[in-house]
Design a protein around this ligand. Structure first.
Ligand SMILES: Nc1nc2c(ncn2[C@@H]2O[C@H](COP(=O)(O)OP(=O)(O)OP(=O)(O)O)[C@@H](O)[C@H]2O)c(=O)[nH]1
Ligand SMILES: [Mg+2]
Length: 432
C-alpha cells in the first residue's frame, strides 16, 4: 500500500488529520507530523484536528468531521490524507471510500522515510522487515484499493473475489517467507557485530553513546569530537559520520575510538534518532542497532535547546529508550545548539547537564571534561614497580597513560599512574 506513495517523484499536497485525546499534546504532534510529511516530499496543506476521547473505530474521525474532510478534498483538489496515528486497515479503507483520497498513516509515513534513508545492509534489512510486518495485515486493504481503482470505486469487483482470495493467500505466504529470510540474514550479520563488539570490550575502554531526538546534533557532535580526538589517520576511527539538517539522517550505529591529550581513551557511538509514536515494529527492528547504547557506561542525551518543543522531545527520547530496553545507565543531558539561542555556553550545571554548541571548541572541551568525570571517576592513582626485565608491561602502560611520576630503584621502574578498576585488577601484582 505504501509503495505507491514513495514512487511519487513530484511534490504532493496533502491534508494532515489528527485527534486530540486527553493524553495527547496535539500541537507538538501535528507539527512533528508536518515535518515528517515534508521529509517525505509531501506538502502539508491544511490541518484538521478533532477532540475525541478515542478514535472512531470505523473512520478515525467522527462522521461530521469526515464529511467536512471529504468536502475539503474536493474543494482543494488534494488527493492524499496523512493521519497522525496508526490506523486499522478498515479505518484506512473507510476513510478512502468517503473522501476519495489516498490515506497514509503515521506508521506508513515513517516507514517510507526510513526506507529512503537506509544505507547500510543492516538498516535496509531492518526497514524492509518492519515494512513487511506492517503490510501483512493490510494486504486485503491494498487489494481492495487496487480493485476499486480498476473497476471504479464501488464498482462490481465482487465477481473476482474467488481469485482475489487465492492471490491474497499467495501474497501472505510470499511476505511471510521473505520475513523469515530477512530475519536469518540479520542474524548472520549480527554474528559479525558480536565479534566486533567483543573485541572492543576486550579493550576495556569505557563506552559512551550519543542518543536523542532526530536532528538534535548527535552526528555533528560525533564528527567535531572525531576531528579533534579521533586516533591515527590510517585507522577507520577518524572517519566522519553523515550529518545533515533532515529527519533520520542516521539509521545505523557507528562506534569510534577517541584519544584525549592525556592519552585516556573511550569509545563514542552515534545512534539512530527518535521521534514520537515511532512504530513498534520499527523500534523492534532497530533494537539490535541500539545495542551499543544498551551496553554503554554513559549516555549523552543530545537535545536541540533552540527548539521550543525540546521538553516534549526529551520525553519522547526517554520513553523510546525505555521501550528498547536501555535503562539504568547514567545520563548527561547535552543541551545543544545554544548558539541559536541567547543562553550562555558552554555552561555546566551540576554533574548531569551541559549547555553548549557542538560547533564550538570551548564547548567540546567542556563536554570532554564532563565525560571524563563520569567515565573515569572510579580510577585510582597508584604506584607500580615494574622489574627491568619486564619492559613490555611498561610499554603497554605508556601507550595509553601519562605517567604522573617515573623513578627507578635497583631492580626496576617506579611508575605513578591513574588506572581504571579493570586495570587495577590487571596490574595488581605490580602495585606497591
Ligand atoms: N547552529 C547549530 N547547528 C547545529 C549544531 N549541532 C548540529 N547542528 C545542525 O543540526 C543539523 C542536524 O545535525 P545532525 O548531527 O545530523 O543531527 P542528528 O542528531 O545526528 O540527527 P539524526 O541522525 O537524524 O538523528 C545539521 O544541519 C547540523 O549542522 C549546533 O550546535 N549549532
Ligand atoms: Mg545523526
Amino acid at each position: 500500500m505504501t509503495e505507491q506513495h514513495v514512487t511519487n517523484q513530484g511534490q504532493r499536497r496533502v491534508f494532515l488529520i489528527g485527534l486530540s485525546t486527553n493524553a495527547s499534546n496535539i500541537d507538538y504532534e501535528l507539527e512533528e507530523l508536518a515535518n515528517l510529511a515534508k521529509a517525505n516530499q509531501l506538502i502539508p496543506e491544511i490541518i484538521f484536528s478533532q477532540k475525541l476521547e478515542r478514535p472512531n473505530p470505523a473512520t478515525y474521525f467522527g462522521k461530521g468531521k469526515v464529511d467536512e474532510l471529504a468536502e475539503a478534498v474536493k474543494t482543494y483538489d488534494v488527493d492524499m490524507i496523512v493521519a497522525n496515528d496508526e490506523l486499522s486497515p478498515s479505518q484506512i479503507r473507510n476513510l478512502e471510500k468517503v473522501t476519495q483520497a489516498t490515506v497514509l498513516d503515521r506508521t506508513g509515513l515513517i516507514l517510507d522515510i526510513f526506507a529512503q534513508r537506509a544505507q547500510t545492509k543492516a538498516a535496509k534489512l531492518q526497514v524492509q522487515l518492519a515494512r513487511l510486518q506492517y503490510q501483512l495485515p493490510r494486504l486485503r486493504t491494498s487489494m481492495s484499493v487496487s480493485l476499486d481503482q480498476q473497476t471504479g470505486a464501488g464498482g462490481g469487483g465482487f465477481t473476482s473475489r474467488g481469485s482475489g482470495e487465492t492471490k491474497l493467500e499467495e501474497s501472505r505466504r510470499r511476505i511471510t517467507s521473505q520475513m523469515v529470510h530477512i530475519r536469518q540474514e540479520l542474524a548472520d550479520l549480527s554474528k559479525g557485530e558480536d565479534t566486533r563488539s567483543a573485541r572492543r570490550t576486550a579493550n576495556n575502554l569505557p563506552n559512551v553513546a550519543l542518543v536523542g531526538y532526530t536532528n538534535a546534533g548527535k552526528s555533528t557532535l560525533m564528527n567535531r569530537l572525531l576531528a579533534r580526538f579521533g586516533i591515527g589517520a590510517e585507522s577507520d576511527d577518524t572517519k566522519q559520520v553523515f550529518e545533515k539538517d533532515m529527519l533520520f539522517a542516521t539509521l545505523n550505529t557507528t562506534v569510534r575510538q577517541l584519544t584525549l591529550p592525556d592519552k585516556t581513551q573511550f569509545l563514542l557511538s552515534d545512534t539512530v534518532g527518535f521521534v514520537s509514536k515511532l512504530p513498534h515494529n520499527l523500534v523492534a527492528a532497530f533494537k539490535s542497532t541500539l545495542q551499543e547504547a544498551a551496553q554503554a557506561d554513559l549516555l549523552l542525551q543530545v537535545v536541540d535547546i533552540s527548539d521550543p518543543h525540546y521538553k516534549d522531545m526529551m520525553t519522547t527520547t526517554e520513553n523510546t529508550l525505555r521501550e528498547v530496553g536501555v535503562t539504568n545507565i547514567p545520563m548527561v543531558t547535552v543541551y545543544n545548539k545554544a548558539d541559536k539561542t541567547t543562553l550562555n555556553y558552554p555552561d555546566v550545571s551540576g554533574e548531569n547537564a551541559i549547555t553548549l554548541s557542538a560547533l564550538e571548541a570551548a564547548s567540546q572541551d567542556a563536554l570532554i571534561t564532563l565525560i571524563q568525570k563520569h567515565v573515569f571517576k572510579d580510577n585510582e592513582t597508584v604506584t607500580l614497580h615494574i622489574p627491568f626485565d619486564q619492559g613490555a608491561v611498561q610499554a603497554k602502560l605508556a601507550a595509553n597513560h601519562t605517567f604522573i611520576a617515573e623513578n627507578y630503584d635497583d631492580s626496576g621502574t617506579l611508575l605513578t599512574v591513574e588506572l581504571s578498576q579493570l586495570e587495577l585488577e590487571q596490574f595488581k601484582k605490580y602495585i606497591i
